[in-house]
Write a protein that binds this ligand. Structure first.
Ligand code: DGY
Length: 325
């Protein structure tokens, strides 16, 4: 008998066909995300759940006695409650590697857009304003030869460093739990203290997962330490930033601008002041959103799911749960 699984968002047909070979499945195809109540109901009879950000709660696990695995279609997994999952021996998987370059591309896109005012000037041009002598409005900052500070030199951090060094001749500072000698060698990067990175960088790019340690790691103190000309880029998780204090820093010219793909609340409230600031570039959490990468992520998640429900070891178990199999 095939194991039953529930998938909380539409996936490519090829991925669906792969799952169909091994599982009895249902997919939430609605445009609106599934409600918590309905998810609890769906979870009741399944061995596997797959989705982008399924919030793991006591309630969910309580209601899903047959559940063996939750397969994230995402690399981040702050939606997992690791202690709960360990206690109940529920596997948790994610989709590392396949999105590294795609996210790094977006970071650079946003960095360029913020530094050279591309998003602002796009709106300006389309509004038909390009008939005045407005040269000063056009002036951004150079990217090449500047200093980029990368907070978190993991796989994606390294891809950002590669683009910064080889594409833009940037000087690279970074923080991490440890020195990454390979990255130092390849891209002439320099490991430094967090405070030093903040005060020396022209572009501060954060690429850390959301954990207890990184929650609200950027706030008033950190923005004050940055140069007034600094541009802050966040394409990792919104909750690592105290958003109110970021807004204050931007409104008071403590920093010059920001490029944001992630927010404290997603989708962002349409009245959030960040949305009306010309020096802030915003995108709707699209770090991994290229068609090819989203396909790879969905396929990886599907393979993890199928392995988990069939009592095989999934390839991408999160490290905290590796010893469960
Ligand atoms: C990820 O994979 O974690 C991306 O941020 C999409 O959620």
């Amino acid at each position: 008998m095939k194991a039953k699984v529930f998938i909380t968002k539409p996936i490519p047909l090829e991925v669906e066909n792969y799952i169909a070979k091994f599982c009895e499945y249902e997919i939430w195809r609605n445009e609106k995300p599934i409600s918590e109540e309905l998810l609890l109901e769906k979870a009741r009879s399944v061995a596997g759940l797959m989705g982008a950000h399924i919030k793991v709660t006591e309630d969910l696990l309580e209601q899903a006695p047959q559940l063996k695995i939750i397969s994230n279609i995402a690399v981040g997994y702050e939606n997992f409650d690791i202690d709960l999952m360990r206690k109940r021996k529920i596997l948790g998987t994610h989709t590392p590697f396949v999105l590294d370059d795609t996210v790094a591309d977006l970071v650079f896109g946003i960095l360029l857009a913020a530094g050279r005012k591309i998003a602002y000037l796009d709106r300006y041009t389309k509004a038909g304003n390009w008939n005045k002598i407005d040269d000063n409005k056009f002036l951004g900052v150079d990217i090449h030869n500047k200093t980029i500070g990368i907070v978190g030199m993991g796989r994606i951090g390294e891809k950002i460093a590669k683009r910064a060094a080889l594409g833009f001749d940037m000087k690279i500072l970074y923080t991490d739990r440890e020195v990454k000698s390979e990255v130092d060698k390849k891209f002439n990067a320099t490991f430094c203290e967090f405070e030093q990175l903040l005060s020396r960088s022209d572009f501060v790019v954060t690429m850390t997962p959301l954990t207890r340690e990184t929650y609200l790691m950027f706030g008033e103190k950190e923005f004050k330490l940055m140069k007034n000309s600094a541009i802050f880029i966040n394409c990792s998780r919104g909750k690592i930033v105290n958003e109110k204090e970021l807004i204050f820093a931007l409104q008071n010219n403590e920093i010059a601008g920001a490029g944001l793909d992630v927010y404290t609340q997603e989708p962002i409230d349409k009245n959030n002041p960040l949305l009306s600031m010309d020096n802030v570039v915003t995108t709707p959490h699209i770090g991994s959103a290229s068609a090819a990468t989203r396909f790879e992520m969905a396929m990886k998640a599907a393979k993890n799911l199928v392995a988990g429900v069939n009592d095989n070891k999934p390839e991408n178990l999160v490290w905290e749960l590796k010893d469960l199999v």
